[in-house]
Write a protein of this length. Structure first.
Length: 307
């Protein structure tokens, strides 16, 4: 699979949905996961409406060089405490490799130098944080669609998950590394003191799984919870969705996500995953974290953050 569903297909699906309901075929429709989620949550209704109103290639606003903010405030982690990440950063990411796997026919790894040799896109866009601030930056990177096309998606592919280097929380040693059981207790400690403070619901945390960066907290007996995020194929194949390695004409600073960060410009800031180590294509993200599609989503944020 090399292309996301088209707007025409989405509109056709909406028409089919209405026809099915009219004809009394609601049982079959009710068994569709996306339809149940659309009825259940306002965020999915928002997603559904935006998918109908916007084309697959409708662009977020782009700005002039003179509009670039003099300082681009970092969001989330500013300096990952993870030992494996620090080793990579000290060597200026010479040994870094981005992994692309999951529901693909041709998984691969690319070094940062190899990524820089691929066709690139540069865009000047505004970053809107859920906390109320905005900043405009110039980003250069590899279109995600090019990487996914290279990997050749399998028919069951629906979402793209970004596994990151920064550990957000450390699991409780008494929990055996995190077995997914619900708990009212707080996690055993914040393993990421360099994270910009954000609000969340404090739900149970679990390992986001499968990251490239090794765990240097294993001695404490807990299972580390690393940042992860996910988007669907419509956003993944959008022309402004890139994996950026440069910001404002220079190599991406550590505080802003070096060596690679996601830019999905029609979404709020917490969807812009930093320190990306691995891209996993999946049919469902139920097996990751608390099954809600991202670290902050597991804390109560909406999965769809379209703007």
């Amino acid at each position: 699979m090399s292309r996301p569903p088209s707007r025409r297909a989405l509109l056709t699906g909406a028409s089919a949905m209405a026809a099915a309901a009219t004809l009394g075929g609601c049982d079959r429709l009710g068994n569709a996961e996306w339809f149940r989620r659309t009825l259940k949550t306002g965020e999915d209704a928002n997603l559904f409406v935006q998918r109908l109103l916007l084309t697959d290639r409708t662009l977020a606003p782009e700005y002039a060089e003179t509009d670039i903010s003099p300082w681009f405030k970092p969001n989330g982690t500013e300096d990952p405490p993870d030992k494996a990440y620090k080793v990579l950063a000290k060597a200026k990411f010479a040994k870094y490799h981005l992994e692309v796997d999951g529901l693909v026919e041709a998984p691969f790894k690319l070094s940062l130098a190899e990524l820089r040799k691929l066709p690139a896109r540069t865009q000047i866009t505004r970053h809107d944080c859920v906390e109320g601030w905005s900043a405009i930056g110039k980003w250069t990177g590899v279109p995600l669609s090019d990487l996914l096309s290279r990997a050749k998606l399998k028919p069951g592919a629906r979402y793209v998950v970004f596994h990151c280097a920064d550990t957000m929380d450390q699991g409780n040693a008494l929990e055996g590394g995190g077995d997914g059981e619900e708990t009212d207790e707080a996690p055993a400690g914040n393993a990421n003191p360099s994270m910009t403070k954000q609000s969340g619901s404090g739900e149970s945390r679990k390992d986001s799984g499968g990251q490239q960066a090794t765990d240097d907290n294993a001695a404490s007996g807990g299972s580390p919870v690393r940042y992860y995020e996910s988007i669907d194929l419509v956003d993944a194949f959008h022309p402004q969705t890139i994996l950026a390695y440069d910001m404002n004409g220079q190599a991406l600073p550590v505080s802003n996500g070096s060596p690679l960060r996601l830019r999905v410009e029609r979404n709020l800031g917490y969807k812009q995953a930093k320190y990306v180590m691995r891209i996993e294509v999946v049919e469902s993200f139920a097996h990751l974290g608390d099954g809600k599609g991202g670290y902050w989503e597991d804390q109560g944020y909406a999965w769809y953050a379209g703007i």
